[in-house]
Design a protein around this ligand. Structure first.
Ligand code: FES
Length: 149
């Protein structure tokens, strides 16, 4: 006798399905736009640090023994510390026949080929057969860094 109520759970209407598909389509479009934006961002170049400040850092002042020195073959230079806090640099190429000097000790830079010896103070010849002093090289000392100018 009581009237039948119409169904409380209607089948999904066509409109509901279309709305769902539409939402997915919009999400996909947004994702595509997002990735394009990120790939077109500009890049920033990192700074080069010490190299850009002028000169190549050869060593720390503490690397150079007082009264002695150190040879930097790759740079063709020998750096000496004739007295505390005074640094000098000379070519590491012997003026006799062009060997690379190999040792710095007791105030002299020595060549292994024919045993010439040069002063750590001014590069002058202390012992032949070389007759010409080692040429000066330009260095700068800033803080505790020794740079090749
Ligand atoms: S090349 Fe150095 S002493 Fe001869």
């Amino acid at each position: 006798m009581a009237p039948q109520a119409s169904s409380a759970f209607p089948a999904p209407s066509r409109r509901t399905v279309v709305a769902a598909v539409g939402a997915v389509g919009i999400a996909a479009a947004l994702t595509a736009c997002g990735s394009e934006d990120s790939s077109s961002s500009s890049s920033t170049a990192p700074s080069k640090g010490d190299a850009a400040a002028g000169g190549t850092v050869l060593a720390k002042t503490s690397d150079i023994p007082e009264g002695g020195g150190k040879i930097f073959k790759d740079h063709g230079v020998v750096v000496t510390q004739p007295s505390a806090g005074t640094f000098k640099a000379f070519s590491s190429t012997c003026t006799h026949q062009g060997c690379t000097v190999s040792g710095v000790a007791d105030g002299v830079i020595t060549c292994p080929c024919h045993h010439s010896a040069f002063s750590v103070t001014d590069g002058s010849v202390k012992k032949g057969p070389a007759t010409k002093a080692l040429p000066d090289k330009q260095i700068t000392v800033s803080g505790d860094s020794i740079k090749l100018a």
